[in-house]
Design a protein around this ligand. Structure first.
Ligand SMILES: NC(=O)c1ccc[n+]([C@@H]2O[C@H](COP(=O)([O-])OP(=O)(O)OC[C@H]3O[C@@H](n4cnc5c(N)ncnc54)[C@H](OP(=O)(O)O)[C@@H]3O)[C@@H](O)[C@H]2O)c1
Length: 401
């Protein structure tokens, strides 16, 4: 099942499936509904059983897009079957639970969650409760609902990370036992404004923030990379996935994005994972986990000279990682507040209502002024904390209008 199939992660996952037809079969695809033509094209090409759109009003357009795509392919009526269409806010959750192909189920069926934002939480929980393997790109679901996600797991190792850093960590962690791990080191490209001091970030525009030097990602993720909020979310994700304390998770800036992360062991040894920046490698590994998929992406060219640089993060210019660690260590829905407030800030920045530095400043104020939420016991608890964070962020953003 591919959730978020029209996005950056989803389309790269389809590329892997297309090149490995003997190994993978897609049973269902789903997306928001912003691009029904692409969704219909994917569904017909992959021959899926079901297709979902989160926007209920997009169902009819999707139906029409199937006929248009079939006609473009020269299919006669009767030559093709329109898959079952699921529409509405619960469509991704229904897809996550969709019966497996040919009676296969449980760990044999992988749900790739590549939707963007914390609305990915419900499908994440549904996939886990159904006993499926969850290839998780949607880090926001783990950040917002960490305790719920853990409670929904039916077996250890059920979540396989798609994020390149966490995929790297999972690979490096194969190199020692849990008790031998001293610290995790996440690498960060540094985003579009790497190396700039805080005072050099006052006037940067959304267009500049959207120009990422090494990775090609969706717009929200790219802006989160420029503010380093994305790295903050990844630190929380690493803590939730691998159970390592925040004091033992470091972030290093590595502009070349070739070392995707490292694990330091108690004997002083550090194991790193290296590959040119290409998400198809971690996506393929997550789909095939624990086995590798041959030729998923090009390897480092070891016949050429390379220079790899590493530098500590400038906390004054990019305080988002420190804020994430504080929110993560405090728990009690603060990670959900961090993520939801940030989503509002990014939307306001793109709309020209907030300057670049205003995003993390607003985030910090929302966290400072947050009430003392309890640890989430239900999705509703998470949604309530998020709703508070969104409206409080809006109020602060509104003060500047
Ligand atoms: N891109 C990367 O390199 C990368 C790397 C690591 C982790 N991630 C993570 O992967 C996730 C996806 O990132 P992305 O870059 O692929 O984002 P993206 O290109 O913006 O794609 C987002 C996908 O989510 C779908 N979507 C939007 N609203 C939805 C809704 N209400 N319900 C269901 N689906 C909805 C979109 O569908 P429409 O096309 O219909 O809008 C699209 O398929 C994020 O959590 C991100 O942090 C991404």
């Amino acid at each position: 099942m591919l959730l978020g199939s029209t996005g950056s992660i989803g389309t790269q996952a389809i590329d892997i499936v297309r090149r490995n037809p003997e190994r993978f079969r897609v049973v269902a695809v789903g997306a928001g509904g912003g691009n029904v033509e692409q969704l219909a094209t994917q569904a017909l090409e992959l021959g899926v059983e079901a297709v979902g759109v989160a926007k209920a009003s997009a169902a009819q357009d999707l139906q029409l897009a199937f006929y248009a795509e079939a006609s473009r392919r020269g299919y006669a009526t009767g030559d093709f079957r329109i898959p079952k269409i699921l529409a509405g806010p619960d469509a991704m959750t229904e897809l996550a639970e969709w019966p497996g192909a040919g009676g296969r189920d449980g760990a044999d069926v992988t749900v790739l969650n590549g939707v963007v934002g914390s609305l990915g939480l419900a499908p994440t929980l549904a996939a886990l409760r159904a006993g499926r393997t969850l290839a998780l790109a949607n880090k926001e679901s783990l950040v917002a609902g960490g305790p719920l996600v853990k409670a929904a797991m039916t077996r250890p190792g059920q979540i396989v990370p798609v994020d390149s850093e966490h995929s790297a960590l999972a690979q490096c962690l194969r190199g020692g036992s849990a008790g031998e791990v001293r610290r995790l080191v996440l690498t960060a490209s540094g985003g579009a404004f790497r190396g700039r001091r805080r005072e050099e970030l006052t006037d940067v525009t959304p267009e500049q923030a959207l120009a990422h030097p090494t990775w090609n990602m969706g717009p929200v993720v790219t802006i989160n990379t420029a503010t380093l909020v994305n790295k903050g979310l990844e630190v929380i994700e690493a803590h939730e996935l691998f159970g390592i304390g925040y004091e033992s998770i470091e972030v290093m800036v590595h502009p070349q994005s070739v070392i995707h992360s490292m694990v330091e062991f108690v004997d002083g040894s550090t194991i790193a994972q290296a590959s040119p920046p290409d998400m198809r490698l971690p996506i393929a590994l997550a789909l095939g986990w624990p086995d590798r998929v041959a030729d998923a992406a090009p390897a480092v060219d070891w016949t050429r000279a390379h220079t790899w640089e590493f530098a500590p993060l400038d906390d004054a210019a990019f305080p988002a990682v420190r804020l994430a660690k504080e929110a993560g260590a405090a728990g009690r829905c603060r990670p959900a507040v961090y993520n939801a407030a940030n989503e509002e800030c990014v939307a306001a920045f793109v709309a020209g209502r907030l300057p670049f530095l205003g995003m993390v400043e607003t985030l910090e104020r929302v966290l400072d002024e947050a009430p003392d939420f309890a640890e989430p016991g239900t999705v509703e608890d998470v949604l309530a904390a998020e709703a508070w964070a969104r409206s409080h962020a809006q109020r602060i953003i509104g003060e500047g209008d």
